[in-house]
Design a protein around this ligand. Sequence first.
Ligand code: HXC
Length: 514
Amino acid sequence: MALQSKIRELKEKREKLLLGGGEQAIEKQKALGKRTARERIMSLLDDDSFNEYDLFVEHDARDFDMDKKSLPTDGVIIGTGTIYGAPVAVFAQDFTVAGGSLGLMHSRKITKIMDHALKMRVPLIGINDSGGARIQEGVNSLAGYGEIFFRNTISSGVIPQISVILGPCAGGAVYSPALTDFVFVVDNISKMFITGPEVIKTVLGEEVSMEDLGGARVHSEITGNAHFFASSEEECFDQIKKLITFIPWNNSRKARPFEPAEPLEKFNINKIVPDDPTLPYDVRDVIRAVVDKSDFFEIMELYAKNIVIGFGRMGGKTTGFVANQPLEMAGVLDVDSSDKAARFIRFCDSFNIPIITLVDLPGYMPGVDQEHAGVIRHGAKVLYAYSEATVPKLTVIIRKAYGGGYIAMSSRHLRADFVFAWPAAEIAVMGPEGAANIIFRKEIMSSDDPDGTRRQKIEEYKQKFANPYVAASRGYVDAVIEPSETRKFLLHSLAVSENKMIQLPEKKHGLPPF
Ligand code: HXC
């Protein structure tokens, strides 16, 4: 055959495979507001940057009449490409082919691209849309999942791993995302659950919809499995692309720098925090008042809102922010906010991203519910994550820093490199009211005017301890600064910390309070 006809043959073969599960299945996919796997890859990557591999891979299952079935691409597309010029490895499951279910060859395609990603030290993006283990392939499917989970774990902390949930992801299909760094979901499209409604009905006799079981909102607001919520696939892909601009390709690099830029003038740092320490404010405005272009890219916006995490740039360089949010439960640390913060701190530390912590909290959350939910274990994750992190750690105490909250939120004692406090900071074992009631109880009780004595003792305590100067006199706070000096101090400290190097004791690994 002449070369031209061979090329024609290749084109025909390709074209057939590019249709995935066929026009009818594609129509069904579109009717649900979903793009096809191929369209998804194209919307994510730079134009003409996608190199596809293993297009011709086919399954070789025999049981349950599988030998009579052709599954084009075996239900998953793999390849490499770029996002704003950054190299990435990608796979996208094709629900139009056997529901994107994972058989042996399907899993081998995914593990091939995972191996590439790790070897080439580039981020991995997995677009998941799958009914889970391909039932007809039995233990081979389970083996496939095991191979994927192993690679997710080994790659963790070496290359960034991103999961996009764009369909009903069931069974094994959700554990790979759970092992990755960032999970993206889209309203009404994403579903994640271990066992689906039918199994629940059979085993437990309960009726539940897929949405209520594991829809995008459930995972963004309640479980914390998802990190980014979008209302359309388009918005979701924009979020992924933006994230890629903030993170490095691997753990031996830093994120690509941008042109430094000033924050927008409308975020006036002097006017954000109210004079009355009992009044709330949105700590994101403080972040926006210090980051370049006031561009703060928030992560897990809908989950454990009492803590805020995300990326911004300082002088053009990616910086992670962890901030108590006085707008929600006074910014306390509880089970969920501790998990959220600790995980993010570990991501930043793994990928050479300095961390700026903004502190304003009354402490850890008291109460039976929290104690029983394990606030000791979960709260300890924050202590562990900050203590272990060797990236530059900068802390600004805005207002309250009480008790365990003071220690946990990147204090000097957990090896913050620079600790700054605003003049209205209150650094103490507990709030003045609680403290006065305990240590002056006898005097208050025996006084002719208990209320007056209480007020007087509270004021006394405030004068003595509820300020930044006691901590500053011990060197726990490096400088008491005006709010308007914050960006200047942070930029300078980041520049000074650029080549920070410290060595932790050698060990196989520690035991974080998982
Ligand atoms: C083989 C599957 C499949 C699967 C779906 N399909 N899931 N084939 N194995 N796991 C096929 C269907 O037979 C159908 O084929 C096509 O994909 C589309 O599926 P529908 O059911 O028509 O789609 P829809 O109504 O949208 O429902 C999607 C779904 C449902 C909710 C995902 O298919 C479902 O419940 N699937 C099973 C989910 C599940 O329990 N998976 C767990 C597997 S066990 P045709 O030919 O008709 O188009 C597992 C264990 C691993 O994963 C544990 C590791 C830790």
